[in-house]
Design a protein around this ligand. Structure first.
Ligand code: ADP
Ligand code: ADP
Length: 215
């Protein structure tokens, strides 16, 4: 099992009321799986993705990556996140003053040489059909292209799990389709993917659907 959640609990407090988000939530994911997390707004999809991705600690329960408890210590968690997890969000968060190529290459310089990072960035962008756009700045790219650059950036350190939170939430239908095709291609190459979406049609490209309910 590449990723497992065991008996997760998560509440938030709002004023003096408690919002229950996850109650005894368990989940298993094999390498190469593609899971869409669906459910109504406010059900806890983002919270679940953040907890599974090591971005937010559960109140109780465990998250295991390759059998290892990711919340055991902070340094270990940083390593797992940087080396094994990739993230894509609704907004691309690209750096305005850097080109597409630089945006993808920069996080790759943590684990390797600059030259190497640029080579890998070029490679990933080319596979996404963005070869002619690598020297463009984010503002010069379409919304769909920006999001594909953000996906390329998430892949620069060769993660084994890609976490995507409403990655098409800001895109029109045609661009959503292109981005989703990209996820399908990456999954076919062996990448494990967890995709949060409120869109059933988008969810239908995944291998399985996990429904989160409002408690
Ligand atoms: P979804 O992604 O399904 O829309 P979220 O995980 O974003 O749901 O939110 C689940 C619930 O938790 C919502 O009621 C939301 O308002 C609440 N929530 C999320 N994050 C926080 C937070 N940091 N502080 C307080 N409440 C939060
Ligand atoms: P189903 O069992 O209807 O086929 P899934 O296969 O998508 O649904 O499984 C979803 C599982 O997650 C169910 O066991 C459900 O009880 C559980 N679940 C859904 N929402 C929550 C939540 N907010 N907290 C804890 N468990 C949840």
């Amino acid at each position: 099992m590449i990723l497992e959640a065991k008996n997760l609990y998560k509440n938030y407090t709002k004023g003096n009321s408690i919002i229950k988000v996850l109650e005894n939530f368990s989940f298993e994911m094999e390498k190469g799986d593609f899971v869409a997390v669906v459910g109504p707004s406010g059900a806890g999809k983002s919270t679940l993705l953040h907890i599974l991705g090591g971005l937010e600690k559960p109140d109780d329960g465990f998250v295991l990556f390759n059998g290892e408890n990711i919340y055991n210590n902070d340094k270990n968690l940083d390593n797992i996140r940087n080396e094994h997890f990739g993230f894509v969000f609704q907004f691309h968060y690209l750096l305005d003053d850097f080109t597409a190529l630089e945006n993808v290459a920069i996080p790759g310089m943590i684990n390797g040489s600059e030259k190497d990072a640029f080579e890998r960035a070029r490679d990933i962008l080319a596979k996404m059909g963005l070869e002619s756009r690598i020297n463009h700045f984010p503002k010069e790219l379409s919304g769909g292209e920006q999001q594909r650059v953000a996906i390329a950036r998430a892949l620069i350190n060769s993660p084994s799990v890609l976490f995507a939170d409403e990655p098409t939430g800001n895109l029109d239908k045609d661009n959503s389709k292109i981005v989703i095709e990209e996820f399908k291609r990456l999954n076919a190459e062996g990448l494990s993917i967890i995709l949060v979406t409120h869109d059933e049609k988008i969810a239908s490209v995944a291998k399985r659907i996990l429904r989160v309910e409002k408690l």
